[in-house]
Design a protein around this ligand. Structure first.
Ligand SMILES: [Zn+2]
Length: 91
């Protein structure tokens, strides 16, 4: 609104307009999914983690990414068929 219009409005009514707009919603956060495994696998994962200089968490994330990439190839679609295959291949 123009300056003249703002001056016609009583201060009590103008004040709320000065409040900043609410912040945009935060981006979607990563989700968590705990995985139970045998002590043997846990130990082996730890050995690999040390050898690779990454965390167990990172190794599992890499394994999941590989698994999902393979499945996407099987289904011919990154949505694994949920889109009826009309999305871009691999995308
Ligand atoms: Zn798709």
């Amino acid at each position: 609104m123009g300056t003249q219009e703002a001056e016609k409005i009583p201060l009590a009514w103008r004040a709320p307009l000065a409040v900043a707009a609410p912040p945009p919603p935060p981006p979607a956060k990563d989700k968590s999914c705990a995985v139970r495994m045998s002590a043997h696998d846990y130990e082996r994962l730890g050995i690999l983690a040390v050898k690779s200089c990454v965390s167990r968490q990172q190794l599992l994330k890499d394994a999941l990414a590989q698994f999902l990439a393979d499945k996407a190839r099987d289904y011919g679609c990154a949505c694994l068929g949920a889109c009826n295959r009309d999305c871009a291949p691999g995308g």
